[in-house]
Design a binder for this molecule. Structure first.
Ligand code: GLP
Length: 264
């Protein structure tokens, strides 16, 4: 895994945006996999800036979001559809019909069929070129809680107590946090051609070290990223502080900059 350690949260956004921008310039109809949560906000701000100031064109870009709370409609201010509209889509020239966020209002007896269709749509679009990921406090990617199989696909999941607690900061009270979600599986995510994992702050340090340097285990679903050939983790100093090979990652990144090549 390629690991880039930057000074600040804003720098995470800038570094990740460079990768997204390069891709869209090379492939204007790129398929992006997108994440929610507080972590990718600096990336989305930077993409909006690049669109407005440098004219980066999103008109042909297609997006698929990782997950959605089950029971929330897209108009709910805590839904991930609402989050994406507010934090990215409304600030760029993407076509709304090219943006996909799982529908949290699908009736229970239609969920299996819906999840299969979501995966089909990703395939029909040509697969995800670049997947953006954050990491949950329990090491989850998307809503793949500890115990999710590395082969798991898009499905309905029950949220872990820690996730409900962590995400309750966005809701008025903890009872308002949905108990279930629709999420891409770990297997779905690993099919992306390239992945960027973002993390900031001391609260993520331990779990980031486990995901990057620990054993591959379904108890830390982000550790499955070690199986993927093209992952870049972009971390601030705090999130990187528990990594054992910090010096090596810094050296490798400096070397990359010198030869102007990404080394995975
Ligand atoms: C939620 C999302 C994840 C995200 C995680 C971390 O659980 N489903 O995709 O990575 O939150 O959130 P934050 O970035 O706010 O720490």
């Amino acid at each position: 895994m390629r690991v880039i350690i930057v000074k600040s949260y804003e720098d995470i956004g800038k570094e990740a945006a460079k990768i997204v921008k390069d891709l869209i310039i090379k492939k204007p109809n790129a398929v992006l996999g997108l994440a929610t949560g507080s972590t990718p906000i600096s990336l989305y701000k930077e993409l909006i800036r690049i669109h407005k100031e440098e004219g980066l064109d999103f008109s042909k870009v297609i997006t698929f979001n990782l997950d959605e709370y089950y029971g929330l409609s897209g108009g709910h201010p805590q839904s991930y559809r609402y989050f994406m509209d507010e934090n990215l889509f409304n600030g760029i020239n993407i076509k709304k019909e090219n943006t996909h966020v799982p529908d949290g209002t699908i009736p229970i007896d239609k969920i299996e069929e819906y999840c299969k269709k979501y995966e089909e749509m990703i395939k029909q679009a040509g697969g995800i070129d670049l997947q953006i990921l954050g990491i949950g406090g329990d090491g989850h990617i998307a809503f793949n809680e500890p115990g999710s199989s590395i082969y798991s696909r898009t499905r309905l999941v029950a949220l872990d107590e820690q996730t409900i607690k962590d995400n309750s900061r966005f809701f008025e009270k903890i009872e308002d946090v949905p108990r279930f979600a629709l999420t891409m599986g770990v297997g779905t995510i690993l099919e992306a051609k390239e992945i960027i994992l973002l993390a900031n702050g001391i609260k993520k340090a331990e779990v980031v070290a486990k995901a990057i340097e620990g054993p591959i285990t379904s108890q830390i679903t982000a550790s499955a990223l070690q199986l993927h050939p093209k992952v870049t983790a972009i971390l601030d100093e705090e999130a990187a502080s528990k990594l054992k090979r910090k010096k090596y990652y810094k050296f490798a990144h400096q070397a990359e900059e010198k030869i102007n090549l990404r080394i995975f």
